[in-house]
Design a binder for this molecule. Structure first.
Ligand code: URA
Length: 234
């Protein structure tokens, strides 16, 4: 890898900012001053910027408490994006793990590990996602049975996979699904003639949105939390 690219990857500096610090004589390669951004590095080369040795960051796994009004993408012409809530180097490498609607709040994972992202989102892996749902009308008595059997969403041929509904109050429930179709929770309730008025994701796999994570805040996942995410649930 070129020296300027390596510095950019390690620090989050843009390529031109990396070139500048190299030209300013702030970079040592194996203890020797190096002013050539194009210099190719070997795996064993040690690079220091202002006497701090640099290393490439490992994969990052973040948990964000998504507020309403933010889009789950890196670019949007109309709305702020969840990526704007992050203060991270190399932001362009990070991606939301699946999508929550603009008005949905709660647990959103963000990573630069493409394989991990795929394992959590791929329908093949059936990782459970639990939502707290508030509804316009009382939940019908047979809703749990219908969701357990699978319902047909408008415009689709295959019924939904069995899902678990736990009724909390007349218009409030926890719904656990094992796939991630477009607007799935809202469309599942629409198939029963009801309307979701508020939606909040609480859990992915066995990992619960941390209670101390305020809306709009994020932090790194611990190793144990990362493992909990992949537990499939029932
Ligand atoms: N299902 C929905 O309808 N919306 C979401 O944001 C997530 C799941």
């Amino acid at each position: 890898m070129r020296l300027d690219k390596f510095i950019s990857n390690c620090t989050g500096l843009t390529r031109s900012q990396a070139t500048k610090v190299i030209r300013q004589g702030r970079v040592l390669v194996n203890g020797e001053l190096c002013k050539q951004g194009a210099q190719q590095l070997a795996a064993a080369d040690r690079v220091a910027l202002d006497d701090n040795e640099l290393s490439l960051p490992g994969p990052r796994y973040l948990v964000l408490h998504k507020p309403a009004g933010y889009v789950c993408s890196s670019d949007d012409p109309e709305h702020p994006t969840v990526m704007m809530l992050l203060d991270e180097p190399a932001l362009e490498k990070l991606n939301p793990v699946g999508r929550l609607d603009l008005d949905t709040t709660g647990l959103l994972l963000i990573t630069d590990d493409g394989q991990w992202l795929h394992r959590i989102t791929s329908p093949k892996h059936h990782v459970a996602k639990t939502y707290r749902v508030w509804l316009a009308d009382p939940i019908s008595a047979d809703a749990a049975v219908q969701f357990a059997e699978g319902v047909l969403l408008r415009g689709e041929k295959d019924p939904t996979l069995p899902a678990e509904l736990e009724v909390i109050a007349e218009r409030e429930a926890l719904l656990t699904i094992h796939e991630g179709r477009y607007h799935q929770v809202k469309r599942m309730f629409a198939s029963l003639g009801n309307k979701v008025v508020r939606l909040h994701r609480e859990k992915i796999g066995d990992f619960q949105l941390p209670e101390d994570l305020a809306t709009g805040e994020y932090r790194l996942l611990t190793e144990a939390e990362k493992d909990q995410v992949q537990i499939k649930g029932k």
